[in-house]
Write a protein that binds this ligand. Structure first.
Ligand code: EPU
Length: 422
């Protein structure tokens, strides 16, 4: 295992290029299962999670090759329909193969993901949706064994709360169902728009892109196509918060500022100068002012993203006032708090709310800390970059699930950071 070492208190300056979005790449790669042919995906990040889903596709009979950020996936042969526990337990998004396999083969067996570091994260919405299509789902020995005789039947589905991968799974299945499917209270994350665009390019008939009501008119067949993964809005936000926390001034390029409405407002409210361009954002925190305290409440898109909650909390720990973070999406997403305490943060947790008493811009001191999940890890990186002295973050395999070449990118911005064997 490797750990990350940071010598902190170095303001970040310069440019950083954002990679393709992990949470768009995963469903778009899964969507190639829907039909045979050679699919091309561009701007695909090379991450632990994208490698895991490609391993899963290989285990189903698919071949692929990567040249830089371009993936060519040959989905002509799907010879197997089971996603094993070994793969699903390392990445919950493996459940995204369920919809495409059912649509193409009429059967799929996928391990139940089980709990994870940020909450229980059941997949009951996915299963209920498939049953509405006429699929029989049996839960046996930790697996969902799903089967349908003939085509799925279009239906009307309404989510209790919007689910990102739930919407994606049912949307993919609906493209090849018989008749029309309506998905109400659908998630509206930009990654779903990316998937809708890909499905349309493959011949699907979908109305309502970007809204919470998707209408899918099933078609007889789809075909392979070429598509581009959108920029990673969570990686973008993570670098912006890091620039703010280190009192730096830098430009994040190859991103989409329109995908981060809520974060950009909150950064401005915290006193940062944020300039939006077509495909870039500059953040300037060199004005010398204090970081102002700002409250956030995580919400489905376009609300404040839960995947940027831990990072913003690290910034608020360095503010001059008291702020509150309400986490409404996942029940256990405050694992970073205990680690931030080790660096000097003053945070108390009361159920789904954290109360952060700011310790001022220079309040953090480096310490050995442990990464617990992907986004908690990136909040520790931000804290380490702002801290006086050395921070050692162990278990950084979590970070590698979702941040491409982070050490290289931070080094180019002037950070002193490297990896070592634990
Ligand atoms: N939920 C259910 N039942 C379901 C599905 C969801 O109760 O069948 C609940 C969840 O427990 C949660 C809420 O609904 O309370 C929303 O969860 P959602 O299904 O939207 O989450 P997800 O699809 O499993 C995706 C991202 C997560 C991100 C969440 C929320 C991918 C691959 N993962 O997860 O990303 O936090 O949406 O935006 O898209 C990350 O990248 O670090 C990450 C965890």
């Amino acid at each position: 295992m490797e750990k990350l070492i940071i010598e902190g208190r170095k303001p970040l300056f310069g440019n950083v290029q954002i990679s393709g979005a992990k949470n768009a790449a995963l469903p778009l790669i899964a969507a190639t299962l829907l039909t045979g042919g050679i699919h091309t995906l561009t701007n695909v990040p090379d991450l632990r999670d994208t490698r895991t889903i490609l391993r899963l596709l290989e285990s189903l009979g698919i071949t692929w090759e990567r040249q830089g950020a371009t993936l060519r996936i040959d989905s002509t042969n799907v010879t197997y329909s089971e996603a094993s526990y070994e793969l699903v337990k390392t990445m919950r998004a493996s459940v995204l193969v369920l919809g495409p396999l059912l649509a193409r083969l009429g059967k799929a067996k996928v391990s139940l993901p089980g709990g994870c570091a940020i909450g229980a994260r059941p997949i009951n919405f996915h299963i209920k949706g498939f049953e509405q299509f006429g699929v029989t789902c049996r839960l046996e020995q930790g697996y969902v064994d799903a089967e349908i005789d003939g085509r799925m039947q279009g239906c009307s589905i309404c989510f209790d709360v919007p689910s990102v991968t739930g919407t994606e799974n049912l949307l993919m299945a609906a493209t090849l169902a018989q008749g029309t499917t309506i998905i109400k209270n659908a998630a509206r994350e930009p990654e779903i728009g990316n998937l809708v665009d890909m499905l349309i390019s493959m011949g699907a008939d979908i109305e309502g892109r970007g809204t919470d009501c998707l209408m899918i008119h099933g078609v007889e067949r789809l075909h392979a196509a070429e598509n581009e993964i959108i920029p990673d809005r969570i990686e973008t936000g993570t670098y912006l918060i890091a620039i703010a926390a280190t009192a730096g001034a830098a430009t994040v390029t190859h991103c989409n500022p329109r995908h981060l409405p809520s974060l950009l407002d909150k950064l401005r409210a915290a006193g940062m100068m944020v300039t939006e361009m077509e495909n870039a954002i500059t953040l300037d925190a060199t004005g010398g002012g204090h970081i102002k305290s700002v409250d956030i409440t995580t919400m489905p898109y376009p609300g404040y993203p839960t995947d940027l909650q831990a990072q913003f909390m690290a910034l608020m720990a360095l503010s001059e006032g008291v702020s509150m973070v309400h986490e409404t999406i996942f029940e256990n997403r405050f694992m970073h708090v205990a680690e931030l305490h080790r660096m000097g943060a003053d945070i108390t947790i009361d159920g789904h709310t954290s109360v952060i008493k700011g310790i001022g811009r220079n309040g953090f001191n480096g310490a050995p800390v442990m990464a617990t999940d992907l986004r908690a890890s990136s909040s520790l990186v931000i804290a380490g970059l702002a801290a006086q002295g050395r921070t050692e973050i162990s278990r950084i395999y979590h970070l590698e699930r979702g941040y491409e070449r982070m050490v290289e990118k931070l080094t180019a911005l002037g950070a002193i950071v490297w990896k070592e064997k634990e």
